[in-house]
Design a protein around this ligand. Structure first.
Ligand code: 5GP
Ligand code: ZN
Length: 114
């Protein structure tokens, strides 16, 4: 999608601190890190919100989590633990309308979220 920030990161048009990339997903550090380790896992395919997911996207969602697992291990936060979050629409706190899995670690996370 031409005016989507994360599609532009996927294509390389906008730079990012890329941690991993393949045909299906990109992983890069969040520009405004909320934890010592905070990265985003996004699909190459433009999907605006969780509400737009189709049954055919189930495998892609699974791949996003398996990629989060791999990168979390590489970043050294697997054993200490981490939080994964995917926000949806206004009340969920979504600001970029291309789905992304936040992965946050390197400090204890509180619950419930504010
Ligand atoms: P949301 O609020 O939609 O769940 O998360 C969007 C995330 O994208 C935010 O944590 C924000 O800091 C991050 N973000 C916004 N613009 C950019 C950017 O240009 N580069 C990177 N790396 N992260 C961004
Ligand atoms: Zn997009």
């Amino acid at each position: 999608m031409s005016d989507c920030l994360f599609c532009k990161i996927n294509s390389g048009e906008i730079p990012a601190d890329i941690l991993y990339q393949d045909d299906d997903v990109s992983v890069f550090r969040d520009i405004s890190a909320q934890a010592p380790c905070h990265f985003l896992v996004i699909p190459k395919k433009h999907i605006a919100t969780i509400n737009h997911l189709q049954p055919a996207d189930a495998g892609l969602l699974g791949k996003m989590y398996l990629t989060a697992q791999d990168v979390a291990r590489q970043q050294g936060i697997s054993e200490s633990g981490f939080r994964t979050v995917m926000n949806c629409n206004d009340d969920g706190g979504q600001t970029v309308y291309h789905i992304h899995l936040h992965v946050l670690g390197g400090r204890p996370m509180s619950w419930p979220p504010g």
